[in-house]
Write a protein that binds this ligand. Structure first.
Ligand code: FES
Length: 271
């Protein structure tokens, strides 16, 4: 059961409890009003203790000394009059106000919670099927000069990877098994979108000049670490990237693939 469904059930249960509380309060008020009306009609009965009213016992001594017990029959309750059963204007407005307020709270609560827990069915934040594994490997690999593939739906670059995987993040994303990884294009410095530079084969941020290697590891600039990335898996012949689970990039100083540890040509954004 998703968190959104649980939240909706909690809201619905709260509304039901609130409604039950209000109904109970109203019934108790009506009973009290009815009891007051009876007292007004039979003032003598009010002096009598309530517990003793249904079965009142009086004792008197007989000649034999045995106490005689007289049991009073309980009085039959008078049926409510039409006036007593009628809803007054004040009661009507009270109930209408309570009902409206409860309905408003319910709708407001449910729409707020559904906003907090959207049921994502596609796009960024979900699992994205990128394409056929062999086709993708040919598209981003040596046969195509290691050109990254940008997947706009998931905001990531699919890049070829043949490094040692000597950093915990590579285990977390499964990059070494598939020889590819999905790099989040958001710069880890202040969040600009980072384009790929064809000449240097680095990712170069236009905002403050941070540079990342082809495998997303830190190369230079103010960025505190390498690019973040997403878990990647093979499902049948397809490659699936989970964009709902961002993995923090490797720290500065990580260098797991000699072939792209240095730029292969001039920078696109001069240092
Ligand atoms: S946002 Fe990329 S270097 Fe500052």
């Amino acid at each position: 059961m998703s968190p959104g469904t649980i939240a909706l059930i909690v809201v619905a249960a709260s509304i039901v409890l609130w409604a039950a509380f209000m109904v109970n309060t109203t019934i108790r008020r009506q009973r009290k009003a009815q009891a007051d009306a009876e007292v007004r009609e039979h003032p003598g009965a009010a002096a009598e203790p309530a517990a003793a009213r249904p079965v009142a016992a009086t004792a008197s001594a007989t000649s034999a000394g045995t106490p005689a017990v007289t049991v009073e029959k309980p009085k039959a309750l008078k049926p409510l009059t039409v006036e007593q059963m009628a809803v007054t204007r004040r009661q009507f407005f009270n109930r209408a106000w309570t009902f409206s307020f409860t309905a408003f709270l319910g709708f407001f609560g449910m729409s707020t919670l559904s906003f907090l827990w959207p049921s994502l069915t596609g796009g960024f934040g979900t699992k994205i099927t990128v394409g056929n594994y062999d086709d993708l490997l040919a598209e981003i690999g040596p046969a195509n000069n290691f050109k990254p593939k940008f997947v706009s739906e998931g905001r990531f670059y699919l890049v070829y990877y043949e490094g040692t995987g000597d950093s915990p993040v590579y285990l977390a994303i499964g990059a070494t098994d598939l020889k590819m990884q999905a790099l989040y294009r958001k710069c880890v410095h202040l969040g600009c979108s980072v384009p790929h530079c064809d000449t240097s084969q680095l990712f170069e941020c236009p905002c403050h000049g941070s540079k990342y290697r082809l495998n997303g590891e830190y190369y230079g600039g103010p960025a505190p670490r390498g690019l973040d990335r997403f878990p990647i898996a093979r499902e049948g012949d397809s490659v699936v990237v989970d964009t709902g689970s961002v993995q923090v990039g490797p720290p500065r100083g990580t260098n797991t693939w000699d072939q792209f540890s240095e730029p292969v040509g001039p920078f696109c954004i001069p240092v």
